[in-house]
Design a binder for this molecule. Sequence first.
Ligand code: SF4
Ligand code: SF4
Length: 206
Amino acid sequence: MIKELYEKVKKTKLENQGNLRVNGVVSLLGWHSTRENEVSRLKKYLQKVRNVGYKQTMLPFWKITPLNEMPQEQWESLCDGCAQCCIIKFEDEDTGRIYHTNVVCELLDIYHCTCTRYAERSALVPTCLTLNPRLIHELKWMPETCAYRLLAEGKDLPAWHPLLSGSADSVHSSGHSVRAKVVSARDIDEEDLPNYVIDDEDEKDE
Ligand code: SF4
Ligand code: SF4
């Protein structure tokens, strides 16, 4: 009888321990499964945050940095290299009207549309303006496609802009530079400049 009772208690104990073990595994599995859900949820959340961050950092600098806060390197890179601002112009002092010629500054390399004396341009050509965020709002004669003007007017850069096309040549191949459209001031007589005005012919003769 005592032996039977002992065996019964022992069996019950083992069963309980077994249950405990089983329950322990179950609860461990439950915890593990909960942890997995949490980790999975966290991963999804992080992915979402990363996606948002990715989209934000993918915005080009000219869309997130105002012109007057751009570091010099970014500011310079905005120039599309069209050289339209190197075209010689006349201003009617009475009306303020600007007349464009098809003659460019003598320092311009008319094939590459680059300034041959960029570092000294202001000293060598007093009329050559060094553009800045304030001036771009004031100079009405800047070409409509000038990247600085576009951004100052709240517009986007065109697809042919080298920063978007990835090629410095796209400004020429798209026909937006002065390449093959101008002559150099070096090659003409300064006295003849008025004859090179290409704006309204009637008004030119007035
Ligand atoms: S017009 Fe504007 S974009 Fe074109 S060369 Fe001049 S500064 Fe650069
Ligand atoms: S000095 Fe250079 S940048 Fe200035 S107008 Fe002449 S070519 Fe253009």
